[in-house]
Design a protein around this ligand. Structure first.
Ligand code: DC
Length: 221
């Protein structure tokens, strides 16, 4: 008997741990994983290198169409054959990506690529609009939320473990501003799909949040 392909859509604000969760879920289920945020980040990196402004909707849309992107393994991003997995996560890219990705010219191209990626395979995707726009008919939809202060605390600890000293208030302000930009844009804003299951991770460990999502998916496949 062949099993039907299915999509696990995991959306939510920045810093809720949804990428790590989606990656782990995909690994445990033996399905593919796509970090849709990494696609927008790779576009921002290429735009930054090419001197294309974050306000240039036409230039960014053209760039999106020619973006040579590969995801050889979870967490790895190849842009024009170059491993940019780390470069796409620098503060410079984080600072412009929310503006770059708000253009309809960019979103229509990358949303189309996300839909093509999922053709004929089961996969978990994390992002902001996966359950609302990219796959409104996804079999499994989750909205991962978390108190902004908890997210900021976790981010400061994560940076500290990498030897980077970060100011809590600054990190918090940055998270809140990105949430605002992502949820107020006209195209594909961050919002919970009406049929998404909300997972609030404020008081959950990573293991608990993974198990909560896995149990829903396992009981549905
Ligand atoms: O998840 P992330 O922080 O790596 O996402 C980077 C940016 O891309 C963030 O500003 C939100 C945006 N994004 C989006 O608009 N739609 C998605 N499906 C995924 C990410």
């Amino acid at each position: 008997m062949t099993r039907q392909c299915y999509v696990v859509a995991i959306d939510g604000p920045s810093g809720t741990g949804k990428s790590s969760t989606a990656k782990e879920i995909a690994r445990r289920l033996g399905i593919d994983y796509l970090d849709t945020g990494a696609m927008y980040r790779a576009l921002s990196l290429k735009a930054s290198r090419a001197g294309i402004a974050a306000s240039d909707a036409v230039g960014l849309g053209e760039l999106a169409r020619t973006l040579d992107l590969l995801f050889p393994q979870p967490g790895q991003v190849l842009l024009d054959g170059e491993d940019v997995s780390k470069e796409i996560r620098t503060p410079e890219i984080s600072a412009r990506v929310s503006t770059d990705c708000a253009h309809a010219s960019v979103r229509e191209v990358l949303v189309d690529r996300q839909r093509r990626y999922a053709q004929g395979r089961s996969c978990a995707l994390d992002g902001r609009d996966v359950g609302t726009v990219v796959f409104p008919d996804a079999k499994f939809k989750f909205y991962v939320d978390c108190d902004p202060r908890v997210r900021a605390k976790r981010r400061v600890a994560e940076l500290s473990s990498m030897g980077v000293v970060a100011d809590f208030d600054e990190v918090l302000a940055n998270l809140v501003e990105r949430d605002r930009l992502d949820s107020t844009r006209a195209v594909g804003p961050l919002r919970r799909a009406g049929d998404a299951i909300v997972v609030d991770t404020s008081h959950l460990t990573f293991h608990e949040q993974v198990e909560r999502i896995l149990s829903v998916v396992r009981s549905g496949i």
